[in-house]
Write a protein of this length. Structure first.
Length: 523
């Protein structure tokens, strides 16, 4: 299991007293990209030492004693930030052929990660300990059972979605997701759908509700009941009350406009370095000397290039060998057979800082949200090879936005890759479109990281901020969708009309019998 528990302490010093608050961060997803987002926030909180004026009270906030449970130990240890390494690691995600397979694998992935996390000895010890926390920051990704941390430690909770907007984050704070114009994360639709697309989008959303109720909830509830001791509310009830606010790894300038409640805050790209860090000398020299530009190729942390089928790997090698551009390739092995001279391979790259280099012309990616966000921040066009989850949606947006092209994983070939690369390198409009979106994205009053830290502090200051909780969380499915009201508005006229028709029919049927009776009396 790759997972992360981050723990920090917050000292709030007012004019009158000193009060200590501890924050527990839980980021269980076995992906380094998810870790990067979570640790960016927690490290920012650990570094933070600023003054906030609240009414007439002067508040100084210091963050310290940050502990990290993670399979990704720090290379440069940070003061007040301690690693506790976990032992279980899940294998990389396999490419999926269609949205149904993608949904199935996502739920299965969530069940395995959740169960392994809550049965891992360090976590079991934490749950059994007498620790107390004043706030919990919990990554939300198919791990509803972990909301039990909030009740167990009797602390307000902030949810964090590294995945972006989805059903499992929206439902926690009552954010509406109308299927008429909010595309499902597993589909590649835009917000302007045809009738057929709206039909499929609605059916997919309905299927998610059904799967959640019949498959996911029973499994998560069982894990929750087994992991957390003592009396506790049903998981369904806890989900409606535990989460004060959700920090969403998204931004409206990068995505389709959609509604959010007050308790859902967009902080997309908070992990991006606003000032790029210096690159290692060998990488810096390689990129500086690339007079025709650089292509960066990485399939993320869950899909490993070294596991590509030989025919797909050879297709990349043949295409790259014919390019005048230099190529940086994330290759997770010591040796790449047949590597051309213009290709530089490493198992891990400082991706954000590489994309900031002015010589980067193209990013070949799996289409993950962090990768597409970084590429747009730096104004770099993309070629996406989506294999899982929201990557299909992200690349569909790239094609519609004119800053990228998509190549299906199953269709990878020398011809397909060559055509896509040449199309982007030879058409400057892709770069123009990427830079335009970059300019819109950068136009913010605060950086996403500053905004995220503000809301963390806000929830602490406001003791869970119950005033921003929407009443939608207290409504049943029937009440939320006004089905009872619609039933009355539709049913009442039907009943009235039915009664009127019956009355008219009775009158009509009674008239002939009355005439017959009158004739009999005359005779």
């Amino acid at each position: 299991l790759c997972w992360l528990l981050l723990l920090s302490s917050l000292c709030i010093i007012s004019v009158q007293n000193v009060q200590s608050a501890k924050i527990l961060g839980v980021f269980p997803t076995s992906s380094k990209s998810h870790y990067i987002v979570g640790s960016a926030l927690m490290k920012a909180l650990a570094r933070k030492g600023h003054e906030v004026i609240l009414s007439v009270i002067k508040v100084r906030i210091r963050w310290h004693d940050l502990r990290q449970f993670s399979p990704f130990p720090q290379q440069k240890p940070m003061k007040n930030y301690r690693d506790i390494t976990t032992t279980k690691v899940w294998k990389a995600v396999e490419p999926k052929k269609n949205p149904i397979e993608s949904i199935q694998s996502t739920y299965d992935f969530g069940h395995r990660i959740t169960n392994s996390t809550l049965t891992d000895p360090p976590v079991v010890d934490l749950i059994a300990s007498n620790e107390t926390f004043d706030l919990i920051v919990l990554e939300i990704f198919m791990n509803d059972a972990m909301i039990g941390f909030c009740h167990h430690f009797k602390a307000p909770c902030i949810g964090m979605s590294t995945f972006g907007a989805s059903k499992w984050t929206a439902d926690l704070v009552g954010t509406p997701s109308p299927p008429s114009y909010v595309p499902n994360a597993f589909l590649g639709f835009s917000d302007r759908m045809s009738f057929k697309e709206r039909l499929f989008n609605t059916l997919m959303s309905a299927m998610e509700i059904l799967v959640d109720a019949t498959i996911d909830y029973p499994v998560q509830n069982k894990i929750y009941q087994d992991a957390f001791p003592g009396p506790k509310p049903p998981l369904a009830e806890l989900k409606k009350k535990a989460i004060s606010l959700v920090l969403l790894n998204n931004h409206f300038s990068l995505n389709y406009p959609r509604p959010y409640v007050t308790g859902m805050i967009e902080v997309g790209g908070m992990h991006i370095n606003r000032v790029p860090k210096p690159l290692p000398d060998n990488i810096q020299s390689f990129m500086d000397n690339a007079t025709d530009g650089v292509i960066y190729f990485s399939m993320g942390s869950n899909i490993k290039s070294k596991d590509l089928p030989i025919e797909k790997r050879d297709a990349f090698l043949k295409v790259f060998s014919k390019l005048k551009q230099k190529v940086l390739w994330k290759w997770e092995d010591d040796n790449l057979p047949g590597k051309p001279d213009n290709v530089f391979v490493q198992s891990w790259w400082p991706q954000d800082d590489i994309l900031a280099h002015p010589n980067v012309k193209l990013f070949i990616t799996h289409g993950g949200l962090l990768s597409t966000t970084e590429s747009l921040y730096h104004g770099v066009p993309v070629i996406g090879i989506p294999v899982f989850g929201d990557q299909y949606l992200n690349m569909a947006k790239a094609e519609r936005g004119g800053y990228g092209l998509s190549v299906a994983y199953a269709e990878i070939s020398e011809t397909k890759l060559s055509n896509a690369i040449e199309a982007i390198l030879n058409d400057p409009q892709f770069k123009v479109n990427a830079l335009a979106i970059s300019q819109r994205y950068r136009d913010q009053p605060l950086t996403p990281l500053e905004l995220a830290t503000f809301w963390v502090e806000y929830v602490i200051r406001q003791k869970g901020a119950p005033h921003i909780r929407t009443a939608a969380m207290d409504l049943s499915f029937v009440q939320y969708h006004n089905l009872d009201v619609l039933g009355l508005l539709i049913g009442l006229p039907i009943v009235i009309l039915h009664l009127l028709v019956r009355r008219v029919c009775r009158k009509k049927s009674s008239k002939p019998s009355n005439k017959i009776n009158e004739r009999k009396k005359r005779n």
